[in-house]
Design a protein around this ligand. Sequence first.
Ligand SMILES: Cc1ncc(C[n+]2csc(CCOP(=O)(O)OP(=O)(O)O)c2C)c(N)n1
Ligand SMILES: [Mg+2]
Length: 244
Amino acid sequence: MIEIFRKASLCRNFENETYKQIQQKNITFPTYLSAGQEYIASSLSHYLEKHNPHIFIQHRGHSTYLAFGGKVEDLIDELLGKKTGCAHGMGGSASIQCKEKNIYGHDGLMGSQVPIAVGSCYATRKPTIVFMGDSSAEEDYVFSSIGWAATKNLPILFVVEDNNLSILTEKKVRRVWEMDDVARGLGVESYNIEDNPSEINKCLKNVFDRYEDEMDKLGDKTKEIHESNRKLVRELWEKQLEKQ
Ligand SMILES: Cc1ncc(C[n+]2csc(CCOP(=O)(O)OP(=O)(O)O)c2C)c(N)n1
Ligand SMILES: [Mg+2]
C-alpha cells in the first residue's frame, strides 16, 4: 500500500505545484488538474503495470500519465508548451501522451477515446485500459463501443472516473442511471466502487491474465515452478529440433 501512496503522493504534489504555477502565470493555457482523483490511476497502475497495458486517457490525465510511469520533466515541459514536452508541446494539459509507455492522449471530443481504445484493442489484442469521466460516459458512441467490445470479449478495462461533474453540472441534474448498471446491461462485468486500493484490487481479479495473477497470489514457489517449466520446455524443443 505504501507503493500506491508513493505514486499518489507524486501525483498530488505535481498538481499542487502546477496550481501554483498557473497562479504565477507560468502556465498560460487551459489546465485540467486531477488532484483528489490520483488514487484511481495509482492503484490501477500498481496492480496492472506488469501487463504493459495500452492506456487511453482524457483531459484530466496528469495523474494517469505519472502513475503509469510518464516522465515528470516531460509533463512540465508540455505544460510550458515546449518542444521537449511529452506531446512535443502541441497537446498541452488536455492531450498529454507518452509513446514509450503506450499512453495515448485525448483529442478533445468527450468520450472519443472509448471507440478509439476499443478499435486499438481489437487490432492489437493488447491489454488496454481506457479512462473516461462520468460525463463522457454518457455519449452514445461510448455505449455502442462497450457493447461491441463485449461481443468480441476484448481484454479491455473501462474506467469511469466519477467526480459527479460535467463542467459544473451535477450528475443528479443530468440522469437517473449509473454506469455500472448500463455496462452490465451491455454484457460487461462491472462494479461501482470508491477509489480505495483494496476495493479496486478486489475487482481486478484476473482482469487480463489469470496465470500471472495466480502466480502473484501464490507467491515465490510459483515463480520457481514457472522458471523450471520454462527451462524444461525450452530444452525439450532444442532436443527435438536437433533430431531434425
Ligand atoms: C462531445 C463533447 N461534448 C461536450 C464537450 C464540452 N465539454 C468539455 S469537458 C466536458 C465535461 C467533461 O466531464 P467528464 O467527462 O465527467 O470529465 P471531468 O472534467 O469531470 O473530469 C464537456 C461537456 C466536448 N468537449 N465534447
Ligand atoms: Mg466528471
